[in-house]
Write a protein that binds this ligand. Structure first.
Ligand code: FEO
Ligand code: CA
Ligand code: CA
Ligand code: CA
Length: 743
């Protein structure tokens, strides 16, 4: 299989699916009796059990990430007065196709950190014309800003979650828009990159930024010469830990014992730890590795298992940026490392295993700029979107919820073996070694009756054995490296592209955005309870069939125990045009809150219960650019059972499901609309919640190559305006009266 390339305008390099397994579609279970009993009486948490989540944007108020110790049983203090319920308090922003950022009256959105901005003393301002010195890009903002966390920092340069005026802002740079990085886009001659300096820029523009940010008056800026500023990119050395570390699967010419690799890329959503480090997640990494149809001769050098793994992970293209094609190679194989071919006498003589060194959750300690990032292999290898930390309770295991964003992929969780000890706050990478290298990896099965099961991915269980006829698992490393194949064996439920995960700090409910899917990946006969819609969302005269608007599934682990092996679920919210039919616009969205393709999602710490939703959409873009919405969700089971009638124009089928209560404008409002051809992704808040950091990714990215010669034809010029090239950038949003954002 040769995957399409950027030259094919219909192909989205971040929208892939490679799951051929026959895992359950609930058609088999369609006759199952639906029961709502499980949705009643879902008291979450036991008396005195404190819940706190800390994924994604970080920050936090009044103690932020710090764990809360269950109080002693007696004497019982008088019950505190219940906090006033949150109320959205802004006028919804209208949908817009303008090349601007729009926020409600009473708010100010300022640009903080743009593609190319310098983060070290002596680095010149970014000219933004493709001529900046490639050697400086390891000290400039990367491209495609994505998942992001604010780590408050005190005067002793230590983590202080509640800090409202100073912090380290850590963010992913997922990918690049090559059109705007070089004098005239990428120079490609006969399928070969011929300008090594262009590739050098691209190596540096992927990865992660750490920048120090400070508040002065009511405005924020980053400190160009801070000693904490750092770029982690595709050349940064990192080590492996967990079951796959130092195994044959990870041996390369660069690391003959399989202990390390270089770089991270396609860093999409993010996550945090209760000890104060950052997690960056490698999503669509497979496309960067070169394995073309022309390498058919290479197949004879590969085992059947290796070929199966290539196929299941979609390593099957020319390499999306053609990095492997640059000649001559460097002595340390900066280009050749992207070529998966068997070229040498053994794995330590080439990069036949290079692809195995990507697809991981990577831990970075932002407070230690010289620390080496670690790829935590116990959390499995797949198309990691994010890793949201669940409730943190002293004496209990830690849990991270994770989506695998490709069509028909799965939802996972990792549960630590060690129980949380608050003494590990500030423990850096050593704490990561304690909690993230040893634990249990599970994948989710959503059953038709509104319950679900966590299926363990471990050698010897759930068909994950050496006698598995699809893929014979050899050892623990094989299981985590080929986690998708293990999940296939376990019988996980195929989902409509799992993006971000978020945990409600008020009750522990877990939310997962399922951004969208198409008719070929989920035909009308393949809907199921947790992925229940099939419809045609007409865009102009074009059909968009399947589930092009996406939805958000919600679940609660039984007994509020993150280590539980079962859960209950419903669908919190469905994307749709407000004008769509009732069985499409199931959540009864209005002009004030309709949206499509949810992706970024994060619960505020300063205002527990306030949920932020971001869109990465191509379906509703005839009407509006992508957006940020504020939500006040209820809880699992606040709606009820529902039968949805699906139609593709000729066939009509019904689908049983469970849906959340329709939000109305009290529960969901559009807060921000971005510039043209962007996605909204990445969100964080200062320690007091009075500054909201939001990323605008890839404005104008679909500008046709033929139009690059005429700047007036660029789809977007944001944020500089005029005829400037567009730039991904971080916004900081403040309320003009200094109050909490959105409330
Ligand atoms: Fe990188 Fe799934 O968005
Ligand atoms: Ca993206
Ligand atoms: Ca995303
Ligand atoms: Ca997306």
């Amino acid at each position: 299989m040769t995957a399409p390339t950027r030259d094919d305008p219909s192909y989205d390099l971040d929208d892939v699916g490679t799951n051929p397994s026959k895992n359950p579609s609930f058609n088999d279970l369609i006759a199952s009796r639906l029961s709502r009993r499980h949705l009643f009486g879902l008291g979450v948490g036991t008396a005195g059990t404190a819940l706190l989540q800390a994924c994604g944007g970080g920050g936090g108020s009044g103690g932020g990430f710090l764990p809360i110790v269950p109080p002693p049983p007696a004497p019982a203090p008088p019950p505190p007065a219940p906090p006033a319920p949150l109320k959205l308090n802004f006028n919804p922003v209208a949908k817009s196709l303008a090349d601007v950022v729009t926020v409600p009256a009473g708010y100010t959105a300022s640009v903080l950190y743009r593609l190319g901005d310098p983060i070290a003393a002596g680095v010149a301002a970014y000219k933004n014309d493709g001529t900046d010195d490639p050697a400086t890009y390891d000290r400039r903002a990367g491209d495609h800003h994505d998942g992001m966390t604010f780590f408050g920092m005190n005067g002793s340069n230590k983590w202080d979650a509640a800090n409202a005026t100073r912090g380290l802002l850590v963010m992913n740079h997922e990918a690049i828009t090559p059109s705007f990085l070089h004098p005239n886009g990428q120079t490609v001659v006969g399928g070969v990159r011929t300008v090594a300096d262009e590739v050098k820029r691209e190596f540096y523009l992927h990865g992660v930024s750490v920048i120090e940010v400070n508040k002065s008056g009511n405005s924020w800026s980053y400190k160009q010469d801070s000693s904490f500023n750092r770029r982690v990119h595709t050349l940064t050395e990192m080590t492996f830990s967990g079951p796959a570390a130092k195994t044959d699967y990870l041996k390369t010419k660069f690391s003959t014992d399989g202990s390390k690799t270089r770089g991270t890329l396609n860093n999409c959503a993010n996550g945090t730890t209760p000890w104060g480090t950052y997690l960056t997640c490698e999503e669509n990494w497979a496309g960067y590795f070169r394995r073309t149809a022309g390498m058919a001769n290479d197949d004879k050098n590969r085992t059947a298992k290796e070929l199966k793994s290539f196929s299941r992970y979609g390593v099957a293209s020319t390499g999306r940026e053609l990095w492997a094609t640059v000649t001559p190679d460097t002595a340390d194989n900066q280009y050749g490392r992207w070529n998966t071919e068997v070229l040498g006498a053994s794995a330590i003589a080439d990069y036949r295993n290079g692809h195995n060194t990507y697809g991981w959750v990577v831990e970075i300690d932002p407070f230690n700029p010289s620390s080496t990032p670690k790829k935590r292999t116990a959390l499995g290898r797949f198309g990691h979107e994010g890793a949201c930390l669940g409730p943190v309770v002293v004496g209990k295991p830690l849990v991270w919820y994770m989506g695998d964003d490709s069509r028909n992929e799965y939802i996972y969780k990792f549960v630590s073996t060690k129980n949380w000890d608050a003494a590990d706050v500030g423990g850096g990478m050593a704490a990561g070694d304690k909690y993230m290298d040893d634990g249990r990896l599970y994948v989710a099965r959503f059953d038709a009756d509104g319950t679900g099961k966590w299926l363990e991915l471990k050698l010897g269980v759930n068909g994950i054995t050496s006698s598995n006829t699809n893929y014979a698992f050899a050892d623990a490393a094989d299981v985590v490296i080929n986690a998708r194949l293990a999940a296939d064996s376990a019988g996980a439920t195929k989902m409509d592209r799992p993006e971000w995960t978020a945990v409600n700090p008020k009750n522990g409910d877990v939310y997962v955005t399922l951004t969208n899917t198409n008719a070929s990946s989920r035909p009308i006969a393949s809907t199921d309870g947790a992925n229940p819609r099939f419809y045609n969302d007409k865009k102009g005269t074009s059909d968009q069939k399947g589930n092009p608007n996406g939805h958000i599934v919600r679940f609660a682990d039984d007994n509020a125990d993150p280590a539980a092996l079962s859960f209950k679920w419903d669908v919190y919210l469905f994307g749709a045009r407000s004008t769509a039919a009732a069985d499409v616009n199931v959540s009864q969205l209005s002009a004030d809150n309709d949206f499509s393709s949810p992706d970024g999602m994060w619960f505020s710490h300063a205002a527990p219960g306030l949920l932020w939703l971001q869109t990465d959409d191509g379906a509703y873009t005839d009407v509006t650019n992508c957006m940020l919405l504020a939500a006040l969700p209820g809880k699992l089971g606040d709606g009820g059972a529902k039968v949805i009638t699906n139609t593709d124009g000729t066939t009509t089928l019904t689908q049983n499901t469970f849906v959340g209560k329709a939000p109305g404008t009290d529960g969901l409002r559009r807060f921000l609309v971005g510039p043209k051809d962007c996605e909204l992704t990445g969100i964080a808040e200062s320690g007091d919640g009075r500054a909201l950091f939001v990323n605008i990714q890839h404005p104008g990215e679909n500008t046709p190559v033929a139009d690059l010669g005429d700047p007036a034809k660029f789809i977007s010029h944001w944020p500089q305006g005029g005829n400037a090239r567009p730039r991904s950038a971080t916004l900081v949003i403040t309320k003009d009266d200094g109050g909490l954002i959105g409330l």
